[in-house]
Design a protein around this ligand. Structure first.
Ligand SMILES: [Zn+2]
Length: 195
């Protein structure tokens, strides 16, 4: 990885937000962009001219925004999340898990989701919004199963495993957590340069 520098975004679109451009000598033909702690990091080849940098940064930020907007729309708000949880309960748990409230929360930095069996409430971290839907569904199923089995015993995992992509989703989240501690990209947009 080469030198790290703040991107010079003068003249670009006004809504790029906080963008960090990292030039890499190893990188020849690929541009990658991802969100990291509220910032956008764009990895570009070291040989890029300032004009190429501006063009690619704008393009990659737009791509990320489009993808995030698409996910926001399809995941919706708390009502949509409740519908989604009910549908997952019917599809995988014989409808036995009956949440009374399901909502997005912004303040869960370490946990993806949580459940209070006593009042039937489930909370999902809004960080999941930028992740694939099968991962969101896995966390929902996990918390739904907690309405039936509070602990992480054998019964609990047997019920979670009824969701077909549980294992894959757990792998995805492990990767995200690892990336968060080691500072590598986990989930972003990449584009091959075609020049
Ligand atoms: Zn759990």
């Amino acid at each position: 990885m080469g030198a790290t520098a703040r991107g010079d975004l003068a003249g670009g679109p006004a809504n790029l937000g906080d963008v960090e451009v990292r030039r890499s000598a190893r990188r020849r033909r690929t541009v990658t962009a991802y969100r990291e702690k509220g910032r956008t990091v764009v990895l570009i080849p070291a040989a890029f001219s300032p004009a190429e940098e501006r063009r690619w940064v704008a393009q990659m930020v737009a791509k990320l925004q489009t993808r995030e907007e698409r996910r926001r729309r399809s995941l919706g708000g708390d009502d949509e999340l409740m519908d989604r949880a009910r549908a997952l309960s019917v599809a995988h748990l014989d409808g036995l898990a009956l949440p009374l409230s399901v909502r997005w929360v912004d303040n869960q930095n370490r946990r993806w989701g949580s459940c209070t069996p006593a009042d039937g409430s489930i909370r999902l971290s809004s960080r999941l919004r930028s992740m694939p839907e099968y991962v969101v569904d896995y966390v929902l199923v996990h918390e739904l199963v907690h309405l039936l089995e509070p602990g992480h015993d054998e019964n609990f995992w047997a019920l979670v495993a009824r969701y077909p992509r549980a294992e894959r989703a757990r792998g995805f989240l492990e990767g995200v957590e690892l990336a968060a501690t080691s500072g590598t990209e986990a989930d972003g947009e990449s584009a091959d340069l075609v020049d």
